[in-house]
Write a protein that binds this ligand. Structure first.
Ligand SMILES: [Fe+2]
Length: 286
């Protein structure tokens, strides 16, 4: 069993680093940490960076997950190799690019690029948002899946990942006590489906709702309230079509970890929003 601590970063290819920087800083409220000729690193919490744009194909995404056991990389690579998921160890240059001490990369059954991180670097200065967005941390991601059952089996059999709830075929997965850090949505190609940031309060969500409306940013879902995590939410579309979400949900699964019963909600808009807001997101209408 490979122990994961948390979602650490996301890497996205783009042909337009300037556009990526404008959207993530002016609109999302992330803090630009470093910009090079072919990289843009952004912070939104405790990590050195939580998002890296690199000069490349906008469909090329990777997900960085911190390992619990920083001495367990060799063992994890052997377990993944044995399960038929070839692992490649990161080079020194690749480690520098990611601000980690060591890592390996592999693909999940859908073909999503996953990176297992050892001693990823923490921020040595606190996150200073580029606008008053209320963001306190990177929360979770939606991940594309061509077969959610197969991918769910992969994560729950090889890793300390557990199902918190399902909406139709889509499992919401946790690797710590927070309700979910990854949700798998049925679609036809690999990739990151949405990026969630947690904000301090419901007021932040409504402030952003009016802020985004004024700037004619396409809001694709919300404001609303999730049936699963009970969090308030707002989804909007950004650079290269990536969907960003703000939410504030502190639902945790701690005390009753052994007896917790995942709930099965139907694949209907009401399962995503108890207020009746309708998603303009194809993967939420499968
Ligand atoms: Fe979400």
């Amino acid at each position: 069993m490979i122990g994961l601590r948390d979602l650490y970063y996301i890497r996205l290819g783009t042909r337009d680093l300037d556009g990526a920087e404008r959207f993530t800083t002016d609109i999302v409220g992330m803090q630009p940490i470093e910009r090079t000729e072919d990289r843009l690193y952004l912070r939104s919490g405790k990590q050195h960076h939580s998002l890296c744009y690199f000069n490349g194909d906008p469909g090329d995404h990777a997900i960085g997950l911190e390992m619990k056991d920083w001495n367990g990389l060799d063992e994890a690579m052997a377990a993944l190799d044995a399960a038929g998921h070839a692992c490649i160890r990161g080079t020194e240059e690749e480690c520098r690019d990611r601000s980690v001490e060591d890592f390996c990369k592999f693909q999940d059954p859908t073909g999503n690029n996953i990176e297992l991180l050892v001693r990823p670097h923490d921020a040595n200065r606190r996150y200073f948002p580029s606008r008053d967005c209320g963001v306190i941390s990177l929360g979770h991601i939606g991940v594309n899946s061509t077969d959610t059952k197969q991918d769910e089996d992969f994560w729950t059999s090889l890793f300390n990942v557990r199902v918190s709830d399902w909406i139709g075929p889509a499992p919401l997965l946790r690797m710590k006590s927070v309700h979910h850090q990854m949700a798998l949505f049925p679609t036809t190609k690999p990739g990151v489906q949405h990026i969630n940031h947690q904000v301090e309060s419901f007021d932040d969500i409504m402030r952003s709702f009016y802020f985004l409306q004024e700037r004619q940013i396409k809001i694709v879902f919300g404001p609303g309230r999730h049936a699963t995590s009970e969090g308030y939410f707002l989804y909007f579309e950004g650079h290269d079509g990536m969907v960003f979400e703000y939410s504030n949900s502190d639902r945790k699964i701690i005390d009753d970890e052994e007896n917790y019963r995942p709930r099965q909600f139907p694949m209907e808009p009401e399962s995503f929003c108890v207020w009746g807001s309708k998603p303009d997101i194809p993967e939420f209408n499968a």
